[in-house]
Design a protein around this ligand. Sequence first.
Ligand SMILES: Nc1ncnc2c1ncn2[C@@H]1O[C@H](COP(=O)(O)OP(=O)(O)O)[C@@H](O)[C@H]1O
Ligand SMILES: O=C(CO)[C@H](O)[C@H](O)COP(=O)(O)O
Length: 552
Amino acid sequence: TMYEGDQEPGRYYVGIDVGTGSVRAALVDQTGILLAFAEQPIKMWEPQFNYHEQSSEDIWAACCVVTKKVVQGINLNRIRGLGFDATCSLVVLDKQFHPLPVNREGDSCRNIIMWLDHRAVSQVHRINETKHSVLQYVGGVMSVEMQAPKLLWLKENLRETCWDKAGHFFDLPDFLSWKATGVTARSLCSLVCKWTYSAKKGWDDSFWKMIGLEDIIADNYNKIGNVVMPPGTSLGSGLTPEAAKDLGLPAGIAVAASLIDAHAGGLGMIGADVKGHGLTCEGQPITSRLAVICGTSSCHMGISKDPVFVPGVWGPYFSAMVPGFWLNEGGQSVTGKLIDHMVQGHAAFAELQAKATARCQSIYAYLNSHLDLIKKAQPVGFLTVDLHVWPDFHGNRSPLADLTLKGMVTGLTLSQDLDDLAILYLATVQAIAFGTRFIMEAMKAAGHSLSTLFLCGGLSKNPLFVQMHADITGVPVVLSQEVESVLVGAAILGACASGDFTSVQEAMAKMSKVGKVVFPRHEDKRYYDKKYQVFLKLVEHQKEYSKIMSGE
Ligand SMILES: Nc1ncnc2c1ncn2[C@@H]1O[C@H](COP(=O)(O)OP(=O)(O)O)[C@@H](O)[C@H]1O
Ligand SMILES: O=C(CO)[C@H](O)[C@H](O)COP(=O)(O)O
């Protein structure tokens, strides 16, 4: 061990973040500094188009690998608490808590329907046709990415092999806290955001009956959860001896009720002290801050004292992120995944990879420097004057809430070289930033007043992505001191569960810190305003095309 007994300063927390593509763990101290970090990829299956599956055993095994790595050489007695966050995928277990297949092949390894799976299209249409009042709390329209349509799909398609045998349906964050503690309590965050649970009124029997899932009500909702805990609450007697052995942590340490990954990112950033950075939000309430978590997808988290109903934006969700505040969650279903799709699908991708490798750079860093080279005297962003992208390659989550929308690119030529790839990449990054602006405008029109963005996630490591968000939204972008803000959020949960902080708010204020601030280049505003006009036209035109083709 590095330290002996009491000589070691501070108390530590372990945060575990299960993203779409990998599991990350961190050892974090009481001031929110990451002392160790580890990452491990996880498996993903796409057995057919729009079907995405994972394995809960594979994910747990990856959690164990990364946790053992981050606590290596540390006095384990200093570790006070553990917190999890994860994507909001659906985990299915039988009555003995063994994995059940969510596929026709009967492969029980694949017992998770991932959040981005769009198999339940017909189910979600029928759910939306009910116009049930719970839909008011998800932006008016339920998303195919939520759990009710997926449950209905399982009932209608895998009745014998899955539905009838199922004992437990977990949101992935709650599966992890169960695995660690043996406690099946669900987090208020997952149930409110993805399962139609109301923080004030609980489950609504009439909804489940109306959509044909009345069987879920049996035994007081035992299969989907009847004990609900605010995120950060300490669960049961903490880490079980078995899980402790798996993770390489001491048995009995506090384990927190979890958060969805985007919400953990929000907690890890939104409460930071912003004094001295020249930000207008310094003199404004915390509700003027919009946290944007940008990974495979992007999530736009805005909070308010009173409920705000934003058509096409999820929520308002009470206490789902910051306790006592309502949350609206805008989102883009694919952002990092879209950039990767565009770049990897281009004819010059192999050349890009070879050149980036030769310079020991990431492909993104290479592309950014290549853009700097070809921009000449102009600002980089002006390279896309005649190339425009509509980014909904996986439907629109917010603010249009229309899963039938598709991606669009206008301005293509026969060019297949690296310049062409770089400019297409730039136009994609810009389209994602215009998507953020579109969501912010919907939120502002409904009553939010937003003056600053707080960005984290894999895409926030990309300076071009950050600058484009500032230029295109016209507001400053704050990055955290720790780029892995989602892990800071998970550690905040562990810290709250350990009792070292009396509230999530206190832990947020002490553990999240401002790093770099990027201001918009106001001189480019006119150009981006014009591109935004084109952006809005693209979707308008797409809708016209559908109308023409359907003969209306
Ligand atoms: N160093 C980097 N520079 C720029 N972009 C990056 C970098 N690393 C990852 N990304 C982008 O971030 C995305 C993944 O973000 P991440 O937060 O790790 O995802 P998730 O939490 O969904 O697993 C990738 O799709 C990629 O586009
Ligand atoms: O729906 C979400 C949050 O409510 C997220 O999009 C989902 O959890 C996936 O996150 P990520 O893109 O970071 O892997």
